[in-house]
Design a protein around this ligand. Sequence first.
Ligand code: GRF
Length: 193
Amino acid sequence: MSIAVFASGNGSNFQVLAERSRSQQWPEPVSLLICDRPGAKVLERAEQLDVPSASFIPKHYSGKAEYEQEILELLLRKQIKWIVLAGYMRLIGPTLLTAYSGRIVNIHPSLLPAFPGKNAIKQAFHYPVKVSGVTVHFVDEGIDTGPIIAQVPVQIDETDTLESFAAKIHRAEHQLYPKVVRDLITGKIRTQE
Ligand code: GRF
């Protein structure tokens, strides 16, 4: 039993999770990357880390159900227990939600329910709020709406630029996500089921 990370882009969270799962010898390591974008940087990171990856291109399927069914078959073959979303720019549909009920988590770069959806870092910075942060939550059918597991605040200081604030958010993500995922797989945090 192990963990699959789903990602579409850069993959810094994927990298931290994969490295941590090895160095701390998690009982269920990150053993698969699922990517929906050819050429994404995360695929390079997986290769460098020797984590197997599989790309599924949504437009090659007749619909979301067919797309997810093929992913599901691979997950089951690989005995994947947990799905960890890390910058996966796609809503999870009923096929995966049913098969992995209570075992799909996501990280979002704001204090939900504030600033759901895309560009959350930019939205918070330009609003402007004084405090934003990072949320890890269970995934349901909505956009960043599932039950919240953990949150950390991140200040926007007077001297922050969008770039420096974004860097702080990412540092907070890289600290929080591995900790929460480890607590989930070791049973310290209970799943929804
Ligand atoms: C992170 O900010 C995460 O919160 C959001 O997408 C971003 C992914 O970053 N869901 P990376 O690809 O892990 O670097």
